[in-house]
Design a protein around this ligand. Structure first.
Ligand code: BGC
Length: 353
């Protein structure tokens, strides 16, 4: 009997021991499984002999990731410093020449860094991106002189810029203001320009301290010109060359479209600016000087006799006559080396329909 009971004790202890062993096995198995998990996927396909190999593979993968991220960083163009506030390239008062023998090829050779009318300084980031808009018809020689002087002038100012020539197709009366609206709308299709310069084709700047950049308020750049004894024509004069940011120009709904022929459209823009409680700023008179290339009044650009009447109504018309109502048909966009030529059909004066 005693033998039987001691045998029972041994069996019970054995059971406990067996259970204990089983538990240890399960714990060991779980531990092994959880440690091996991620490595296992790397080891798959590689030699089962080689734990070291797996580790090496892992390291290689990390290294190649690092190389890739370094390469990515190298591929990104290094961010250039902003160009200085005062360009060291400026020369001040310039000696302008108007050589009758000047050719477009010559001007192209002298401005080899201008590509399809556009230029960016190579060693710094320009402070503003500026679209120069030039309304044009039958003034090839004036355009040539302007390009000849303007390109180096703008490059010395270290600007990112493009020159747009907006050429009025057909023989309707010239409409400077509508062409400038078209230039603004078309230039924005190429790039989100910060600043727009509305530039007559026959005015050449005499001093490169006259910066072709926009200010907090609309800017008028022509204080004086040779033909008027370098005096401001009248207090509110806003013609010839002016500069407005995208926001400023948008706020006034651009130029009116309804001024056909010479005069009034620049005064209308001034009234729009004043209605928006903006002021017009000007550079010092000794800097804001221009030479006007002499010409007779063009045929097709007769004085606009209605301009005074139109100007009396600007405060009523500006909201519906401007960028938001500018209808036109682009006939062609030609990207020449020194300018983008937009030829446009802007229709006819209303009364001619
Ligand atoms: C015209 C303007 C012109 C100015 C200077 C004014 O009478 O309305 O358009 O710019 O004269 O010539």
């Amino acid at each position: 009997m005693a033998v039987f009971s001691s045998m029972l004790k041994i069996i019970r202890k054995g059971k406990c021991l067996f259970l204990l062993l089983l538990c240890l096995c399960v714990v060991a198995w779980i531990a092994t499984f959880s440690n091996d998990g991620p490595v296992k996927s790397v080891q798959e396909g590689s030699s089962p002999l080689d734990g070291q190999h797996a580790e090496g593979f892992h390291r290689l993968e990390l290294e190649s990731e690092m190389v890739q991220s370094i390469e990515e960083r190298v591929e990104e163009p290094p961010t250039k410093e902003s160009c200085p506030e005062n360009s060291p390239l400026l020369r001040g008062s310039l000696k302008l020449t108007f050589e009758p023998s000047l050719t477009l090829e010559q001007v192209e050779i002298e401005n080899a860094e201008v590509v399809e009318g556009q230029y960016k300084p190579s060693d710094c980031t320009a402070r503003q991106s500026v679209a120069i808009l030039i309304p044009h018809r039958n003034r090839e020689k004036h355009l040539l002189y302007l390009l000849y002087h303007l390109h180096p002038f703008l490059q010395r100012q270290q600007l990112h810029y493009a020159v747009y020539v907006i050429h009025q197709a057909g023989d309707a009366t010239f409409n400077r203001a509508k062409l400038l609206n078209v230039g603004y709308l078309e230039a924005l299709k190429d790039y989100n320009w910060d600043c727009f310069i509305f530039h007559d084709v026959d005015l050449v700047p005499e001093n490169d301290h006259n910066l072709y950049m926009c200010a907090k308020q609309p800017k008028h750049l022509v204080v004086g010109r040779n033909s008027t004894g370098y005096k401001l024509r009248y207090k509110g004069y806003f013609g010839g060359v002016s500069a407005m940011t995208k926001d400023q120009f948008h706020k006034v709904n651009g130029f009116p479209n309804s001024y056909w022929g010479w005069g009034g459209e620049d005064d209308d823009l001034r009234i729009r600016v004043q209605l928006q409680k903006m002021a017009i700023v000007r550079p010092p008179p000794e800097v804001a000087r221009y030479t006007m290339v002499f010409h007779n009044r063009d045929s097709g650009n007769q004085v606009n006799k209605d301009r005074m009447q139109l100007l009396r109504r600007t405060h009523q018309t500006w909201k519906n006559d401007g960028l938001n109502s500018c209808s036109y048909k682009v006939m062609s966009v030609h990207r020449a080396p020194l300018y983008i030529n937009v030829t446009v059909d802007i229709g006819q004066p209303e009364q001619a329909h």
